[in-house]
Design a protein around this ligand. Structure first.
Ligand code: GDP
Ligand code: MG
Length: 443
């Protein structure tokens, strides 16, 4: 997401940096280029102009033009003002009331049902006891979809009858009866903003009195996203957004306009189809990502959530002892992959988009899978003592994993090299002068 926009902005800033001192005219040229890039990414015109107006005022101040590094200052200002456009301060998702009632709204396909489950799982992880209410009776499969998701995450799902309004009302009563402290209501959407859909949403809102009406907004929607946001804001008074499908490769600019247009925060971003793929939305971190500054904080949080800390600690210990086996390597590989596709992880590192591009291209997801398959085809003993892997064993492993013996040889050689390096490092010689291998031990 935002790759094209990031690349374009990167180009503008590079040009600025090559100038040294900045003339107001150069600032205006750069802002003109940035405006084009924003509009091409589908950022709403008024939002882009407002943002650039603020950047211009600050960028043309004496403090900046007289500074020794004006281009850097302009990037910093852009970062701060983009953060403001995206909502400024982080808005934690608060849950007043008992039960807290959250209603999801949005057009069809925006990711409401998925977001309901993601949110339920997220809140459950924080010690809450959620109840999901399947109040989308327009699409025959919607109730079943939510039921399956509920089963997957171990959260009960309420559904009954043919009347979504009564169903929602009874669902909240059921929550009170069963001691659930959060109620999440899935509602019906239409392909476009539609009076009937709004009427139903408003009725459900009236009877359930939700603390939050959260609009699911598909980041892949173009300018129409802003139209939708305004309509929902007007009709059901949205309290905020979940920005879905941020993992896609759409231009995404309309999504950047939501908060500026409605004054309501983006609470969460959906970053994949799975129930785990939800992240609190931090405007400053998102601005950083768009401007190619990376987002190490989110990466660390993701690691804390998804990586088994005990496994990681044990692997580190084994490494220290120089007893790192292929088995440990396999475990590590799997833990790392829980963080997401390797390309995405690299993009979250500073300099991500531009600097890490080469690295990202060099690391091939398919190769990681191949390495995994090869190790899986080994016996436990072979994983612990790769030295015993003879020619005939190599052939068996290659056949078992669908790789060639050359692949198996390469993996073993790289692993051996990596292990020798670790032993040397841990053997007291330290890292000084160590030449890091240019390849991961995967080939
Ligand atoms: P609804 O009609 O608003 O309830 O939308 P759904 O929750 O049924 O989602 C529509 C489609 O989008 C489904 O195929 C979901 O798997 C997919 N989807 C939802 N959220 C995300 C997301 O964050 N990333 C990706 N890649 N797909 C998503
Ligand atoms: Mg749905």
């Amino acid at each position: 997401m935002f790759d094209t926009l990031s690349d374009r902005l990167d180009g503008v800033f590079k040009k600025l940096r090559s100038r040294g001192k900045l003339h107001p005219k150069q600032v205006d040229n750069a802002l003109g280029d940035i405006r084009t890039a924003l509009l091409e990414a589908d950022v709403a015109v008024e939002v882009a102009d407002d943002l650039l107006g603020r950047v211009r005022t600050r960028a043309l101040s004496e403090e900046v033009t007289k500074s020794l590094t004006p281009a850097q200052q302009v990037v910093k200002i852009m970062d701060e003002e983009l953060t403001v456009t995206l909502g400024g301060e982080f808005h934690p998702f608060t849950l007043p009331g008992n039960p807290s009632v959250i209603m999801l709204a949005g057009v069809q396909g925006s990711g409401k049902t998925t977001a309901c489950a993601k949110l339920a799982k997220h809140l459950k992880g924080k010690g809450k006891r959620p109840l999901l209410i399947a109040a989308d009776l327009d699409r025959p499969a919607a109730v079943e979809q939510l039921r399956m998701l509920g089963k997957e995450i171990g959260v009960p799902v309420w559904s009954e009858g043919r009347d979504p309004v009564r169903l929602a009302k009874n669902g909240v009563k059921e929550a009170q009866r069963s001691g659930a402290d959060v109620v999440i209501i899935d509602t019906a959407g239409r392909l476009h903003v539609d009076p009937d859909m709004m009427k139903q949403a408003r009725k459900i809102k009236d009877v359930t009195k939700p603390h939050h009406v959260v609009m699911a907004c598909d980041a892949m929607t173009g300018q129409d996203a802003v139209v939708q946001a305004r309509a929902f804001m007007h009709d059901v008074d949205t309290t905020g957004f979940i920005l879905t499908k941020l993992d896609g490769d759409a231009r995404g600019g309309a999504a950047l306009s939501m908060t500026a247009v409605t004054g309501r925060p983006i609470f969460f971003a959906g970053t994949g189809e799975k129930v785990d793929d939800l992240e609190p939305f931090h405007p400053d971190r998102m601005a950083g990502r768009i401007l190619g500054m990376g987002d190490v904080l989110t990466l660390i949080e993701r690691a804390q959530d998804k990586v088994d800390q005990e496994t990681a600690a044990k692997a580190a210990e084994q490494m220290m002892k120089g007893q790192f086996t292929l088995e440990d390597f396999l475990t590590q590989l799997r833990e790392m992959r829980k963080l997401g596709p390797i390309q995405d992880i690299l993009k979250m590192l500073p300099g991500g988009k531009a600097g890490m591009k080469e690295l990202a291209e060099a690391v091939d997801e398919g190769e990681l899978s191949r390495a995994e398959a090869i190790i899986l085809s080994m016996t436990p003993q072979e994983r612990r003592e790769p030295a015993i892997i003879s020619g005939s064993r190599r052939l068996r492993i290659a056949n078992g994993s669908g790789a060639t013996t050359a692949d198996v040889n390469a993996l073993l050689k790289d692993f051996d090299g990596a292990r020798t390096m670790m032993r040397t490092m841990m053997g007291g010689k330290g890292m000084k002068g160590m030449k890091m291998p240019t390849k991961l031990p995967t080939r």
